[in-house]
Design a protein around this ligand. Structure first.
Ligand code: ADP
Ligand code: MG
Length: 286
């Protein structure tokens, strides 16, 4: 914890480049896991069969993610984003291919890999603080000082003053802050987030994105973030993986050379808009 992502991600291909090439991507880098990858997806394929129907949810997904990198998966509904995230989490075994994290194959859920979903799934009878400590209680964590980490996380997500509130006393945005705290408190090495702000109104979403960028810069954790919101992906990410449907696959991997820290003003940079447009073109939305 506390390692700035900026210190660990010396990424030559995402360094600031001349304006013209800023939103260009390098297809070779996109598909070949770079040697320094901490997470690598190797030829992942997923087929769901129902009776005689076969649905190719994912095909030939190859991707390497560096330590501390923030990568988003973006694409239309049904392109396999959640399926891919479940495979990375070890919740689903792919039909073909393999996932490696920190040097070993992911075949089942691991403590170092944390997940967060669109619905906060908080326990209504537990206060904020007791929802946050739940994962530590479940695994009877003894390896670090809970109290200190809980206080640090509450500070980080700005839940001070709400420690003893119940979920029903919190807004949707606050509930997602609790869910994010519950994810951070275990200090996972890899954070997987599946449309965590998808159910929130636009203002709250934008605000939480700014907060997540700050938290992410502070924590420096390797993150895979699923969304169908292109602007959100660009704002948060070092790279955006653009996915398509039928079959679910990677269309392109786009670098986001917007300097960090990412601040609300980053949304006004020309690179931000150029990158959004580039992704829209890839998705045939322009
Ligand atoms: P996304 O998250 O991008 O919207 P999903 O990963 O949820 O897409 O789904 C990709 C495709 O796989 C969809 O067509 C979905 O209906 C199908 N699918 C996902 N999970 C299952 C499952 N357990 N059984 C059958 N089909 C599934
Ligand atoms: Mg999904």
């Amino acid at each position: 914890m506390g390692v700035s992502r900026r210190l660990v991600s010396t990424k030559p291909d995402t360094a600031i480049k001349p304006e013209k090439s800023q939103v260009e991507t390098n297809p070779a880098d996109a598909t070949n896991p770079p040697p320094e990858s901490v997470l690598s997806l190797d030829q992942i394929g997923q087929v769901f069969a129902k009776g005689s129907d076969r649905l190719v949810a994912l095909e030939h997904v190859d991707l390497g993610i560096r330590p501390g990198e923030f990568v988003s998966l973006v694409g239309p509904s049904g392109c396999g984003k959640s399926t891919l995230l479940k495979i990375i989490a070890g919740l689903l075994q792919p039909t073909v291919g393999r996932v490696q994290f920190e040097g070993s194959a992911v075949t089942e859920p691991r403590d170092e890999i944390g997940l967060m979903f669109q619905t906060p799934t908080l326990f209504p009878w537990r206060t904020t603080i007791r929802n946050i400590t739940l994962p530590l209680e479940i695994r009877k964590a003894t390896e670090f000082d809970w109290e200190q980490r809980v206080a640090e996380v509450i500070d980080l997500v700005q839940l001070n003053g709400f420690e003893n509130h119940y979920p029903r006393e919190l807004s949707g945005g606050m509930q997602q802050r609790v869910a994010l705290s519950r994810l951070l408190v275990s200090d996972p090495h890899l954070m997987l987030l599946d449309e965590p702000f998808g159910a929130l109104d636009e203002f709250t979403r934008e605000h939480l994105n700014t907060e997540l960028a700050r938290i992410s810069d502070h924590e420096g954790k390797t993150t895979v973030f699923v969304t169908h919101n292109i602007a959100e992906a660009v704002f948060l990410s070092d790279r955006v993986v653009v996915m398509g449907t039928r079959p679910g696959r990677i269309l392109e991997v786009v670098d986001v050379p917007i300097p960090r820290p990412r601040l609300p003003a980053s949304r006004r940079s020309p690179t931000y808009n150029d990158t959004i447009n580039r992704i829209r073109e890839t998705l045939d939305l322009s």
